[in-house]
Write a protein that binds this ligand. Structure first.
Ligand SMILES: [Zn+2]
Ligand SMILES: [Zn+2]
Length: 350
């Protein structure tokens, strides 16, 4: 049993996204049916639409930064009612029984979580379809509450870019009095700046572009370091408690590791195509750690949204119509966006 929904899909790695009719399941007892209002545009969407990770099953409907209104709930749903403003991020289910899921770390489910798109759909068969659509049906355990004081369009990127940067800052206990670096000012980096600043840390942006300095300060940076300037970098040697690296392009990790204090940690959330060399001495000197982090669990994602509600934090966005998604992908490749595209799903009705 299902109802049809409008969407935009890629039919192959080389075809542009175009209108596509899909089916959404009739809500089960524990499901929430959602009218999608806005969906952020993440780099993962583009990687998947173009099969750059060689795992895409076509047609694919991307989108995992979803904000919408609840239109119906199953009989056993307790957390949501019709009319609630809600969000859906990168995951729509997991096995819920493995040690990771039991610990609230569904993103590290040993069976791998069911992703919002391009994952096997256990209800309808085929693959899950994401948020470039007018509706979605999701189990309430994977639906988030979006604070009503936040702009729903600008809140959409919190569901991936937001939690991706918030989770490591919280896990490594970034707090007041610490010196924290954010590497790269894009969709992820600009959220990292806002969160590190809101957590009270002395926040430093590393960038290759001097013309980003002013914007970085507006977004919460106390200092900006031009990473290509070796002398500037050297001045900050052994001074950082924590560095969040959000760069997806090739770059020198050792240059940043040497800026960490004793026991300092650098965490990667960007994924460059090729492996990056790490000199052992970059870690040995100062007992430093290099780590990675993937989005966040459902409970932590709710904590992040509530934190954003309290501190009035949203993403800086450029709203587009769904008809402009292919052009937006091209601009995203050139980093020509401040700092996230968000699709206004009302445009699907056009
Ligand atoms: Zn994403
Ligand atoms: Zn699990």
């Amino acid at each position: 049993m299902s109802t049809s929904a409008k969407s935009y899909a890629a039919q192959s790695a080389t075809s542009p996204l175009a209108p596509f009719a899909l089916e959404r399941r009739t809500p089960t007892d524990t499901d929430v049916a959602i009218e999608i209002l806005f969906c952020g545009v993440c780099h993962s969407d583009l990687h998947t639409a173009r099969n750059e990770w060689q795992n895409t099953v076509f047609p694919v409907v991307p989108g995992h930064e979803i904000v919408g209104r609840v239109t119906a709930v199953g009989s056993k749903v307790t957390k949501f009612r019709q009319g609630d403003l809600v969000g859906v991020g990168c995951m729509v289910d997991s096995d819920r029984t493995c040690p990771s899921c039991q610990a609230g770390l569904e993103q590290y489910c040993v069976q791998f979580p069911i992703l919002t798109y391009n994952s096997p759909d256990k209800h309808l068969g085929g693959m899950t379809y994401g948020g470039y659509s007018d509706s979605v049906v999701v189990d309430e355990a994977f639906v988030l509450r979006v604070p009503d004081n936040l702009d729903p369009a600008a809140a959409a990127p919190l569901l991936c870019a937001g939690i991706t940067t918030y989770s490591p800052l919280r896990h490594w206990k970034v707090s007041k009095g610490q010196k924290v670096g954010i590497v790269g000012l894009g969709g992820l980096g600009h959220m990292g700046l806002k969160f590190a600043h809101a957590l009270g840390a002395h926040t430093v942006l590393f960038t290759t572009s001097p013309n980003k300095a002013e914007d970085a300060k507006r977004l919460g940076a106390d200092e900006v370091i031009i990473s290509k300037d070796a002398e500037q970098m050297q001045k900050h040697a052994n001074s950082f408690d924590f560095i969040l690296d959000a760069v997806a392009a090739d770059h020198d990790l050792n240059a940043y590791l040497s800026l960490l204090k004793v026991d300092g940690t650098m965490v990667l959330v960007g994924a460059p195509e090729k492996p990056l060399p790490v000199a052992s001495f970059s870690l040995i000197m100062g007992r430093r750690s290099l780590a990675g982090s993937l989005i966040g669990g459902i409970a932590e994602t709710q904590e992040m949204l509530d934190f954003c509600g309290e501190h009035n934090i949203v993403s800086d966005i450029e709203t587009i119509d769904i008809q402009n998604i292919n052009e937006a992908y091209e601009r995203m490749l050139k980093s020509d966006v401040k700092y996230r595209f968000v699709i206004d799903m009302a445009s699907l009705k056009k």
